[in-house]
Write a protein that binds this ligand. Structure first.
Ligand SMILES: [Zn+2]
Ligand SMILES: [Zn+2]
Ligand SMILES: [Zn+2]
Ligand SMILES: [Zn+2]
Length: 128
């Protein structure tokens, strides 16, 4: 029926069901969650997208907490997107892979000033 509206998942106001962005609070995908990769419908609590198999657990680029791969971090509320470090690209995208979906450059370039924490595979049992 015409005028049938659904509540926004974020602000709770009723909005047109086909909204891609809530006209009230401005958040993305206010009614239905969609897979960040294939855009198929997903539900909170799922661990994988049923269509493309994408893992729906993601590390928030902002607070580094593990969160459901919706549009926003469950912990800090930040949008779960990162910006391509390539200055000619700067494309904002969900952190699906380790390469930019637009230019193909690595999204997480190795940083030289990071500590080289070498993992010692010491599995040998030290018997006395
Ligand atoms: Zn809203
Ligand atoms: Zn998918
Ligand atoms: Zn976060
Ligand atoms: Zn890029």
């Amino acid at each position: 029926m015409p005028g049938y509206k659904l509540p926004c998942r974020y602000c709770g106001k009723v909005i047109p069901p086909q909204s891609n962005v809530c006209p009230i609070c401005g958040k993305a995908n206010p009614i239905f969650l969609r897979c960040p990769r294939c855009k198929d419908l997903i539900e909170k609590g799922w661990v994988n997208c049923p269509s493309c198999g994408l893992s729906l657990k993601v590390t928030c680029p902002k607070c580094k907490a593990e969160t459901f791969f919706g549009d926003y971090c469950e912990k800090c509320g930040s949008p779960l997107t990162i910006v391509c470090p390539n200055p000619k690209c700067r494309f904002e995208q969900p952190p699906i892979g380790d390469k930019c979906v637009k230019c193909g450059k690595p999204l997480y370039p190795p940083q030289n000033n990071q500590q080289n924490s070498q993992q010692n595979p010491q599995q040998g049992s030290t018997k006395q």
